[in-house]
Design a protein around this ligand. Structure first.
Ligand SMILES: Nc1ncnc2c1ncn2[C@@H]1O[C@H](COP(=O)(O)OP(=O)(O)OP(=O)(O)O)[C@@H](O)[C@H]1O
Ligand SMILES: [Mg+2]
Length: 381
């Protein structure tokens, strides 16, 4: 039985594609297989007439990626998780796509990733293979296991956490069941969303203490082992996909973040939402000096319409120091492939925009290596 809507068993990679996903040569991959002792199914096992080529599935690739990390073949970024918020108060700019593709890219590098869907629209949740309103009966009809059902969201964890702080003696239960593993034990994890995520906004209104720092405090206590079933130190990266609306959740995600990624649509006319985001980051920093996320602007939907792009670039001049040197091109492949409940990177490992997300991921990693620990301040613009 499948545990996600994606037809993952139909996605198989030959050696070349698996090496491309892991960003290593075919020879290195062969050596890794020898050294790790990992067995990969051969095509002739299913069909004796086929050549004996190896057929990797998605879980195999993430398992190898994790093995690489365990062998120290991947640079360590930080002892604590790097927290990333993908945020902009403007709809359809590529937040969920960026959160998902980045999560997969980091997972393919061997990093332990947790993605958190903070949007009731559940786009990231769908991208990872889940329909949030699925019932047990519907799951069975689709040939899906109980794992396919969303049984909790980040609201489940946060509301319990806030309740435990309200002085009435409520203890937190074990929240491990909320965390999904769509690509097997070694792939990126997901805290999905459903309509009950809306409860979180309401819970903030009666939260004790600083309402902007609930996620941050939760992470601190989680790292100390005080949140049963949820330890942030089990991850190298935690990525929040924020909603396009003003919300306590987004503010909390920014306040917990080391890096705020703001995708900007280059086929639009204005860098809408950006100045608001910058003042929100700066305002948070003034109220709580320990909050110092670095802003990183990612141009998306990049096209060759020179007039429009140069007008946008002029508007972005003010944010020069925070601009990603790499961009994501406009590509129909995103909306087309997202219908399959699987990120583009896993469906078309060698497609152009996948390479662009890889370059962006590499830039982000170089930025994290420089700033993590030093706690760089956001540019004052
Ligand atoms: N680089 C791109 N080129 C073309 N289409 C894209 C690109 N990135 C994302 N899309 C498409 O644009 C739409 C919006 O993308 P996405 O859901 O990632 O944006 P969002 O900012 O999360 O939206 P919302 O504000 O509603 O949460 C989707 O249909 C997606 O497939
Ligand atoms: Mg979204």
């Amino acid at each position: 039985m499948r545990s996600t809507f994606a037809l993952q068993e139909d996605v198989i990679y030959r050696l070349k594609a698996a090496a491309a996903l892991l960003n290593i040569s075919e020879n290195t991959l062969r050596n890794h297989l020898r050294d790790s002792g990992m067995e990969i199914q051969r095509a002739n096992k299913k069909n004796p007439a086929s050549p004996a080529v190896r057929l990797f599935n998605i879980a195999d690739v993430f398992k190898l990626a994790r093995w690489r990390r365990e062998q120290d073949l991947v640079k360590k970024v930080s002892a604590e998780p790097v927290v990333i918020a993908v945020d902009l108060i403007k709809g359809g700019v590529g937040k969920s796509t960026t959160a998902g593709e980045l999560g997969i890219q980091l997972g393919l590098l061997g990093y332990r990733v947790l993605m958190i869907d903070l949007d009731v629209q559940s786009n990231l949740t769908q991208l990872m293979g889940y329909e949030s309103d699925l019932t047990i009966d519907e799951a069975a009809e689709h040939g899906l296991s109980d794992d396919a059902i969303v049984t909790g969201t980040f609201a489940t964890i946060c509301t319990q956490f806030m309740d435990s702080k309200n002085g009435r003696g409520n203890k937190m239960g074990n929240v491990a069941g909320v965390i999904k593993r769509p690509f097997g034990a070694h792939g990126p994890a997901l805290i999905p969303s459903d309509t009950f995520l809306g409860d979180l906004e309401q819970a903030f209104t009666y939260a004790k203490g600083n309402r902007e720092l609930v996620f941050r405090t939760l992470f601190k206590e989680s790292a100390a082992g005080d949140v049963p079933g949820f330890n942030v130190n089990e991850y190298d990266f935690i990525i929040f996909d924020c909603p396009p609306s003003i919300s306590f959740s987004s503010t909390n995600a920014i306040a917990a973040a080391d890096v705020v990624i703001a995708p900007i649509r280059m086929d639009s006319f204005a860098v809408k939402g950006l100045s608001r985001l910058v003042s929100e980051i700066n305002g948070l920093g003034e109220r709580s000096p320990e909050v110092r996320p670095q802003l990183l602007i990612l141009p998306t939907h990049y096209s060759t319409n020179i007039t429009r792009v140069s007008r946008m670039q002029q508007q972005l001049q003010a944010y020069k120091g925070n601009l990603s040197p790499t961009v994501i091109s406009a590509s129909e492949l995103f909306p087309k492939t997202q219908e399959n409940y699987l990120p583009l990177t896993l469906q078309m490992p060698t497609a152009g925009p996948v390479g662009e997300y890889r370059l962006f991921t590499e830039f982000l990693l170089s930025m994290c290596a420089k700033t993590k620990g030093k706690q760089a301040r956001t540019a004052e613009v």
